[in-house]
Design a protein around this ligand. Structure first.
Ligand code: ADP
Ligand code: MG
Length: 421
């Protein structure tokens, strides 16, 4: 059996016209001989009746402190409705389609309500369905835990559903349909001239996703990478080739023996609404125990920290803006001197090509200085350089870096054979 998984995001299932475009893509796959699994998100964005954010608003209006278990049951409804509607659309187009909840599709998760991890997929029912020649339409973003409760997988969870099913069913390719025609050199909402990238490695995409490019969820990339299943990101209405995500490391170097300066960097990503927290020990006294306590206290309540800079007498780091006050209260409660700088953003340049290349940080600093943007903090890894800037400087910082690294002029011309065709 040649199996394909096709995931459609919220803006690809919202209207009748979009669902017809979706059906065109499914029919195309079926005609090519694929057994097809369709994974769907909830229909539309906040304001649409069954969109995830609308359901969240409903929950808040009923009870501000609804337990996460209850909230998950409500939030999962958006995708369930979407699965039935999409299966109905396919049925009307002559396909034998079956709508399934995450649980019915065999997705078993842990009990971390609202951000559950997929523990395993029991694929028997899906395989039966596909063997019978039916199209399985699975509600994304949801699973079931070992006590039989419905759980949800967190933001971008439908991507994870698609990847997990693709892995469990040994799919030939996972297609992610969304409202852009592929992964771009920056968020097109901020950089109008951002280019669509043709081929990227799993590593680059997972870095871009972790650093804020929400076009695909990083967990989905990791799941596909482990099983070496190619991912294609594309738009249902403008059927170009989109972006292929596969193992290009090594190949990338062979394909671009004269790597242009521009290809040093693959893209620029951002994370909005970050707060910088500075913790100092009384009278600036070095206290390694206290430093350890800071990070442990935050970890204990599930607050993740980023851009960490530790010196003997101070710890400076960032947290998501929405948890900044909570972090401050916890640390102040432990007797630390805490100051919070809200209204920051993290801007990151990502690129497999910059590994070991000197001068990238100098270019980053120069581009931001030229635009009059101050860098509040930096961090780097072998694929990334990140800068913390003020939220009000974020868009300009992204555009300055995009220009500095020549991303809009770049010819993206990989030469190796594309997989997943
Ligand atoms: P879906 O509902 O289909 O999952 P998302 O809103 O989660 O869609 O993801 C698509 C959005 O991701 C695009 O509309 C775009 O604004 C945003 N985005 C951010 N960074 C990038 C990038 N580098 N390339 C493409 N899209 C990006
Ligand atoms: Mg998404």
């Amino acid at each position: 059996m040649r199996i394909i998984v096709q995931k459609f995001g919220g803006t690809s299932v919202a209207t009748g016209a979009q669902r017809q475009a979706l059906a065109d893509r499914v029919l195309e796959a079926v005609r090519k001989g694929y057994r097809t699994v369709v994974v769907v998100s909830a229909m539309g964005r906040e304001g649409d009746p069954y969109a995830t954010d609308t359901l969240l608003g409903l929950a808040r209006s009923v009870c501000p402190a609804l337990p996460l278990r209850e909230l998950d049951l409500l939030m999962s409804c958006g995708e369930t409705i979407s699965a039935v509607v999409v299966a109905g659309t396919l049925r009307a187009r002559g396909l034998d389609a079956l709508a399934l909840t995450g649980a019915q599709a065999g997705i078993v998760t842990d009990s971390n309500y609202s951000d559950a991890r997929i523990l395993r997929v029991d694929p028997e029912r899906m395989l039966r369905c596909l063997k019978e020649g039916r199209v399985a339409v699975v509600a994304g973003f949801q699973g079931m835990n070992d006590v039989g409760d419905v759980t949800t997988l967190g933001r971008g969870g439908s991507d994870t559903t698609a990847a997990a099913l693709g892995a469990a069913l040994s799919a030939e390719v996972i297609e992610i349909y969304t409202d852009v025609d592929g992964i771009k050199t920056a968020d097109p909402r901020i950089v109008g001239q951002a280019k669509t990238l043709k081929v990227l490695s799993y590593q680059e995409v997972s870095q871009m996703a972790y650093e804020g490019a929400r076009v695909i969820h990083p967990r989905a990339v990791e799941i596909a990478m482990r099983r070496d299943i190619p991912i294609r990101i594309l738009s249902p209405s403008s059927p170009g080739p989109g972006t292929l995500v596969t193992h290009t490391t090594g190949l990338a170097v062979a394909a671009w023996p004269d790597i242009k300066e521009g290809r040093l960097i693959t893209g620029v990503t951002h994370i909005s609404d970050v707060a910088q927290i500075s913790v100092t020990q009384p009278e600036g006294r070095a206290d390694p125990e206290a430093a350890l306590g800071v990070f442990k206290a935050l970890a204990d309540v599930g607050i993740s920290v980023d851009l960490i800079n530790v010196s003997p007498s101070a710890q400076v780091f960032t947290v998501a803006g929405r948890v900044a006050e909570k972090a401050r209260d916890i640390l102040a409660g432990l007797g630390h001197h805490v100051s919070v700088l809200p209204g920051c953003a993290k801007v990151t340049v990502v690129g497999a090509g910059m590994r070991g290349v000197p001068g990238v940080m100098a270019k980053v600093a120069r581009a931001l200085a030229r635009s009059g943007i101050s860098i509040l903090m930096t961090a780097d890894s072998h694929l990334t350089i990140s800068c913390l800037v003020r939220q009000s400087d974020m868009a300009e910082a992204i555009r300055a870096l995009h220009e500095e690294f020549g991303l809009e002029d770049e010819e993206d011309t990989p030469t190796h054979k594309e997989a997943g065709q």
